[in-house]
Design a binder for this molecule. Sequence first.
Ligand SMILES: NC(=O)C1=CN([C@@H]2O[C@H](COP(=O)(O)OP(=O)(O)OC[C@H]3O[C@@H](n4cnc5c(N)ncnc54)[C@H](OP(=O)(O)O)[C@@H]3O)[C@@H](O)[C@H]2O)C=CC1
Ligand SMILES: Cc1cn([C@H]2C[C@H](O)[C@@H](COP(=O)(O)OP(=O)(O)O[C@H]3O[C@@H](C)C(=O)[C@@H](O)[C@H]3O)O2)c(=O)[nH]c1=O
Length: 299
Amino acid sequence: MRPDFVLEHIPERAIRPLLIAGAYGTLGRALGRVCHTRGLVTVALGRNQLDISIPASVEHALAAHRPWAVVNAAGYVRVDEAEADEARCFRENATGPAVLAAACAARALPLLTFSSDLVFDGQQAEPYGESSAPRPLNVYGRSKLAGEQQVLAAHPGALVVRTSAFFSGWDEFNFVYFALQAARGGQRFEAASDVRISPTYVPDLVNTSLDLLLDEAAGIWHVANQGACTWAELARASVERAGFSADLVVPRPMADFGLAAARPPQSVLVSERGIVLPPLEHALGRCLAEMERHPVLRD
Ligand SMILES: NC(=O)C1=CN([C@@H]2O[C@H](COP(=O)(O)OP(=O)(O)OC[C@H]3O[C@@H](n4cnc5c(N)ncnc54)[C@H](OP(=O)(O)O)[C@@H]3O)[C@@H](O)[C@H]2O)C=CC1
Ligand SMILES: Cc1cn([C@H]2C[C@H](O)[C@@H](COP(=O)(O)OP(=O)(O)O[C@H]3O[C@@H](C)C(=O)[C@@H](O)[C@H]3O)O2)c(=O)[nH]c1=O
């Protein structure tokens, strides 16, 4: 059989890479790791190699790497700092994704990008589905909503995954890690007892988002683990399951934290479109098992 005949029958995604923008944040690193496990070839670009808000930078990266699809893991996630840093927050969460979307649309490339539960105001009694009306309460939420709208206007086939409250055993930049770190040091950990969220285990998020991308899903999808709890309940469950006293977790009203940005009292996500992730308890168990191999639980 001639080699060129064989190549004709290999799918594009087996010979062209999946391009990951914002590859060195929590989500970007997890995407790289899961793609490696799944045998998906990637090209991982940090801000120095690809600034998503600069059209020439995006054009250069797409021309140089010829990906079969693009995943945008970049973003501005400092919710309180965003209140006084609106221009940069919008550049990274709205302009950047829109620039990527236009460039991908021009090349008919699939695009996966991420949004947040903070597009909602928390006034609805029930969990939020994809069709629920967004009404953000803070600059970060407004920037994510603008990003969703601008991406889908430029590239109606883009996949926009709304997700929330990451936790992971793969890095130290998340709430579960902070709670365990405090407990391990015998310190009390104050956590909000009046804000309900859908905590999301990053490996589950990444696997499901990649499945949706490979299935050529488009539009807005809610992807979070099944279940909901307050930040205080999440801290308590994490600390207890890791073998520490739950009394170390001190429940407090969110107002006591004096944060710059308003948070919705609830931003629980469900999917009306049929996506179901493993239950939160199961995800937390896997996260803690992963953390046993991590310094947080070692002496
Ligand atoms: N963390 C969470 O709980 C949630 C996150 N999300 C969304 O998930 C995405 C990823 O979040 P997460 O991994 O936590 O964030 P991180 O802050 O860990 O990573 C974001 C990365 O994006 C990079 N970046 C920022 N602006 C640009 C740009 N213009 N061009 C290229 N890279 C850029 C940052 O680089 P640098 O370090 O140089 O700034 C950083 O490496 C975001 O869109 C966020 O809104 C959604 C819901 C929940
Ligand atoms: C540090 C800390 C925070 N909290 C509360 C306040 C806050 O709402 C929440 C987590 O703190 P953060 O400021 O890290 O997260 P916050 O900015 O509220 O959370 C959001 O991050 C952005 C990026 C998103 O898109 C959301 O989905 C959501 O996860 O927990 C405590 O209760 N105790 C603590 O010790």
